[in-house]
Design a protein around this ligand. Structure first.
Ligand SMILES: O=C(O)CCC(=O)C(=O)O
Length: 288
């Protein structure tokens, strides 16, 4: 298991995120997990070829994005609660923050750069506002200029407006070796770089939000309750199994109690998952 970050390291990342809108952690993904993630992405390519969403100008034409990952291999449960991320995010998003969406971003060769955007733009809040979202970009291969490292506009979390998606901004590349994880604040202007390397840039985007915001993926509906009850309590909390200030209760109690009464006697095997991959073409509109 990866050792905890020191208090000084946590403080440094929190300060970087506050000042620049991003921060990079090196050697954050242990070699065994890194290898297992590559194997899992190859498996996803076999069972749901090309990713879970159709090609498009914003999400990419040769970028493979798989979602709903907590219904896939067990290792995604480990990814969601990475210990260093869990140490840092309470100071960025506040206690009771939630997992918002988990996806892959496997950017293929010849993909052009993505429009510069913000991840908390979905909420449409006037700026400046408190931190609503923080993304974590997991580099499973090297992030270089050529592979299409995520590009950021440092300090843009303080800008008064969300970016104009048609505009070209001065950006810096988040250069980092495979095994690193970068935090990118939801209000920091950013986008994937163009990939001219001839190889895939393999990454995860694991995105968290403040506990009073709606999660981007409807995780509470997408995962069967009895399956969620089999997850570690820390992950259940991130899915919404605990109250955040006054939000998220049932009968003014910890919602976990009612979830257990309701679903604990049901099988953790969700039979829908047996045919979920077979519906891939129907979901993405892919021709068979
Ligand atoms: O893949 C990247 O480098 C950034 C992805 C991103 O920002 C997004 O898809 O919202």
């Amino acid at each position: 298991m990866i050792p905890d970050l020191s208090v000084d390291a946590v403080d440094l990342h929190v300060a970087n995120i506050e000042r620049d809108g991003y921060s990079i952690m090196h050697n954050a993904i242990e070699p065994k997990l890194l290898a297992a993630l590559h194997d899992e992405i190859e498996r996803l390519q076999q069972v749901r070829p090309g990713g879970d969403i159709p090609p498009g100008p914003f999400t990419g034409y040769v970028t493979r994005r798989w979602f709903d990952l907590l219904n896939d291999a067990d290792l995604w449960q480990e990814v969601a609660v990475h210990p260093w991320i869990m140490q840092i995010l309470p100071q960025v998003l506040g206690d009771g923050f939630l997992l918002s969406t988990m996806g892959t971003a496997v950017v293929g060769h010849d993909e052009s750069d993505q429009a510069v955007h913000v991840d908390d733009g979905v909420y449409g809040f006037p700026r400046p506002h408190p931190n609503l979202v923080c993304n974590t970009m997991w580099a499973l291969t090297d992030f270089t200029e050529a592979t299409g490292a995520t590009r950021v506009v440092p300090g843009s979390q303080n800008f008064e407006h969300d970016p104009d998606l048609t505009e070209a901004y001065d950006t810096d590349a988040l250069l980092m070796p495979a095994g690193s994880i970068a935090f990118v604040l939801g209000s920091c202007y950013h986008g994937a770089g163009a990939n001219t390397s001839g190889e895939d840039r393999v990454a995860l985007t694991i995105n968290y939000c403040n506990g009073c915001m709606r999660q981007q993926e409807n995780l509470m509906l997408g995962i069967h309750p009895s399956r969620m009850l089999s997850f570690a309590p820390e992950l259940q909390d991130l899915l919404g199994f605990k109250t955040s200030v006054g939000a998220g209760h049932i009968f003014a109690q910890d919602p976990r109690l009612e979830m257990q009464r309701h679903y604990a006697d049901q099988s953790t095997h969700d039979s829908y998952l047996d045919r979920r991959n077979d519906l891939h073409n129907e979901r993405t509109g892919a021709k068979t």
